[in-house]
Design a protein around this ligand. Structure first.
Ligand code: ZN
Length: 145
């Protein structure tokens, strides 16, 4: 089940995951991928299913990303405005300004450290999902008109 705004868990800073290979984490990843698929979301963060831990999943252009303890380690100066939706804000789309490119470091489900560079929609998805782990939602980011 997806947690929707204004549930307070969406405002909490999520806890780091100590053991990425923990079977409970495996099960949670599976549940998140399933939930994302069922709801046609391109990304989901663990707090959105009620778990305040640093885990998010993204599926874009046939590629699946499972990010454990992700961190933005590089970003472009250039920013872009784009419309964003969120499974925790059903049927709402708001303009949000994001870095055009980001470099993200995370642990994969085998416990290996990975660094990915992203641009465009993938860069936006990374920033949106990592925001969730810091208790930040599109409500906080939206450009006020
Ligand atoms: Zn979201």
């Amino acid at each position: 089940m997806i947690v929707t705004y204004p549930n307070p868990i969406l405002k909490k800073i999520a806890k780091p995951i100590e053991d990425p290979t923990d079977p409970e984490i495996r099960d949670l990843i599976f549940e998140m991928l399933e939930t994302m698929e069922k709801n046609n979301g391109l990304g989901l963060a663990a707090p959105q299913i009620g778990k305040s831990i640093r885990l998010c999943t993204i599926k874009l252009d046939g590629e699946t990303y499972i990010l454990i303890n992700p961190k933005i380690v590089g970003k472009s100066w250039k920013k872009e405005i784009g419309e964003e939706g969120c499974l925790s804000f059903p049927e709402i789309f708001v303009p949000v300004k994001r870095h055009s490119k980001v470099k993200v470091r995370f642990t994969d489900k085998e416990g290996k450290e990975i660094t990915v560079k992203a641009a465009g929609l993938l860069a936006r998805a990374f920033q949106h999902e990592i925001d969730h782990l810091d208790g930040i939602t599109i409500e906080d980011r939206k450009i006020k008109s």
